[in-house]
Design a protein around this ligand. Structure first.
Ligand SMILES: [Zn+2]
Ligand SMILES: [Zn+2]
Length: 331
């Protein structure tokens, strides 16, 4: 090969190399505009005309280009994370998109919901699922649970119980009590797996010990029915009480019913009413209705029709349909 050919080849090769470098640089050089949330290139956003890196401080409203607000000193990171949790999607979007692009799990989850619902961004199922997955992989148990529920219900994706269990397991590994409860319920009902009460109880215990009230309820039910354990009513009662202590309104209501009727426990109107009131305070409509009924019939209390009407009205407003009918006839 003579020198000229070698030189030409070197020149061509270096041009090619340069070309591929600038191409790579071109791809890498996109940025998320902090004003409109769109992807931009160059120094100025083509959509809204804002400069690269410019941001509006959530503390004082000043427009900034540097890392801290020139007026109040708030850092760009603080301001962005506040903006990303703004409940109004339009206000939050630019920060959500920016933080999601840097791998922030909560922002990825939120961006996924925007894609799912078609809020600001166009509805895009694949993008939504990919955001949920990335959020989960970045450490969000909530994202795994969200994705698990989609697979469980066959919403956005085709129903796939194995995939749902996989998502719940990943959330459980991240410490989620709720995910353990879901796994327990799959084993209890034999959804996607062979029914296995032993596994169900193990998962319910895991969830209960992590503070999940529903798990205490589920455990109580297993002991009441003798599912996977020897039937044990006192153990069931103990677990209903634990569920109530952990804040389960349904457990309070059930305990109210047990004491009023005297099943499993010695009958006590006083205790029954106490549990019903606790459930009502937690917003449980059925307990409000039951309290109305006790006032109407004088069950362990003096008949008080005005008080009964008030309870029926509360129950109706909390969504208890038969309370509405009673309230209408009563008035
Ligand atoms: Zn823009
Ligand atoms: Zn400021």
């Amino acid at each position: 090969m003579n020198n000229r050919i070698v030189k030409t080849l070197i020149l061509l090769f270096s041009l090619l190399l340069l070309g591929s470098f600038s191409l790579a640089e071109g791809i890498a050089d996109t940025w998320i505009c902090l004003s409109c949330g769109r992807e931009a290139r160059g120094d100025v956003c083509e959509v809204c005309g804002e400069y690269r890196g410019a941001w509006i401080c959530t503390g004082c409203g000043a427009r900034n280009l540097s890392a801290a607000c020139r007026q109040c000193g708030k850092t760009r990171e603080e301001s962005l994370s506040e903006q990303a949790s703004d409940p109004r999607p339009f206000a939050a979007y630019p920060a959500v998109r920016f933080l999601a692009s840097s791998g922030d799990p909560a922002s990825l989850l939120r961006l996924g919901r925007y894609y799912e619902k078609g809020i600001i961004a166009e509805q895009n199922t694949d993008q939504a699922v990919s955001c949920f997955r990335s959020a989960g992989e970045a450490g969000s148990a909530d994202a795994w649970i969200y994705l698990g529920r989609l697979y469980d219900a066959g919403v956005l994706v085709s129903r796939d119980y194995a995939e749902a269990m996989d998502c719940y397991q990943k959330a459980a590994d991240l410490g989620s009590a709720e995910a353990c409860w879901y796994l327990g319920s799959f084993y209890e009902e034999g959804t996607g797996v062979e029914q296995n009460y032993g596994m169900a109880i193990d998962y319910y215990h895991m969830a209960a010990e992590r503070g999940d009230a529903d798990a205490w309820m589920s455990l109580a039910y297993c002991y009441l029915q003798g599912n996977g354990v020897e039937e044990d009513r006192s153990k069931a009662l103990e677990y209903y009480e634990k569920a109530a202590q952990a804040g389960s309104a349904a457990a309070c209501d059930y305990l109210g019913y047990l004491y009023m009727s005297g099943s499993m426990v010695p009958q006590s109107t006083e205790k029954g009413l106490e549990w019903y009131k606790k459930a009502a305070d937690l917003g449980y409509a059925r307990s409000m209705y039951a309290l109305g009924y006790t006032c109407q019939c004088g069950q362990g209390v003096e008949i008080n029709l005005e008080e009964a009407l008030r309870w029926y009205e509360r129950a109706a407003l909390a969504g208890y349909r038969s309370a509405f009918t009673v309230w209408q006839n009563f008035k």
